[in-house]
Structures are given as structure tokens and as C-alpha cells.
Design a protein around this ligand. Structure first.
Ligand SMILES: N=c1c2ncn([C@@H]3O[C@H](COP(=O)(O)OP(=O)(O)OP(=O)(O)O)[C@@H](O)[C@H]3O)c2ncn1[C@@H]1O[C@H](COP(=O)(O)O)[C@@H](O)[C@H]1O
Length: 108
């Protein structure tokens, strides 16, 4: 079975932006523009949430792939490079998360 990592997907989407393939879904999104892309990111994100809530791993896998694809389209459309995301993530490696427990609610 063929696999694709996120960076390869990003590069493929970027190539579609630079060299549009008329009739392709990616071109359809870029042609429709930012509002359409944002609606799709929102829709696919909601479907991820519902799949997780329904405890449906297959559906979660499918919807996560849909969401990530649309997120890559949004990054390309917004001019954010995959390298920038890697640098951002890299800057966090090895850092300790700042997490503070909220004080428990107590009875008066
Ligand atoms: N990974 C994806 C990918 N994931 C999801 N989708 C598309 O995202 C759409 C989501 O389905 P929906 O039912 O929500 O949307 P829709 O009803 O088709 O359309 P709208 O709601 O947006 O009007 C489907 O049309 C899927 O085909 C993707 N389309 C493309 N890719 C990758 O991009 C490559 C190039 O695709 P094209 O640009 O279409 O050639 C493909 O080979 C894939 O590797």
C-alpha cells in the first residue's frame, strides 16, 4: 500500500497551486478561494471531532486525512511554508510543557 507523508502532500498541493491542473479538486479549491478553503477546513475538522466522539477509529482515520489535506491547501493558499511549521515544531522539542493544574473547586 502506498504511503504519503505530510510534507509530500504539502509539496503536491503547492505544485497544484504553481501549475494548476484544470478540473482537479485542488484547483477547484484554489479557484474558489480562501473562504471556500476555510469552510472546508472547518467542516473536515468538525467531522474529525464527531468521529472521535463516536469512538469510530476507521472514520477518524478517514476524516483526519481529509482534514490534513485541506489544512495543507490552507497553508499553501496563505503562503506559510511547510518548513516554517517544521521550524515551529522544532523550537518546541525538548521543552517542558507549561501546565498548571487549576485549583480544585472547594465548598465554601
Ligand atoms: N489527499 C487528497 C484529498 N483528501 C481529500 N480530498 C478531496 O476532498 C473532498 C472532500 O469531500 P467532500 O465530500 O467534503 O467535498 P465535495 O463534496 O467533493 O466538494 P465541496 O464540498 O468542497 O464542494 C473530496 O472531493 C476528496 O477527493 C482530496 N483531494 C486530493 N488529495 C490529494 O491531492 C492529490 C491531487 O488531487 P487533485 O488536485 O484533485 O488532482 C491527490 O492525488 C491526493 O494525493
Amino acid at each position: 500500500m502506498e504511503e504519503q507523508n505530510l510534507e509530500q502532500l504539502y509539496e503536491m498541493v503547492k505544485q497544484r497551486k504553481q501549475e494548476p491542473v484544470k478540473g482537479s479538486y485542488t484547483d477547484y479549491l484554489f479557484t474558489k478561494g480562501l473562504d471556500k478553503i476555510l469552510k472546508k477546513v472547518g467542516e473536515e475538522t468538525t467531522e474529525v471531532i464527531v468521529a472521535a466522539k463516536n469512538n469510530d477509529p476507521k472514520e477518524l482515520q478517514y476524516e483526519t486525512a481529509d482534514m490534513l489535506y485541506h489544512l495543507m491547501v490552507l497553508l499553501v493558499e496563505s503562503g506559510v511554508s511547510f518548513e516554517q511549521i517544521k521550524v515551529e515544531l522544532g523550537s518546541r522539542v525538548g521543552q517542558m510543557s507549561q501546565f498548571k493544574d487549576r485549583a480544585p473547586i472547594t465548598k465554601r
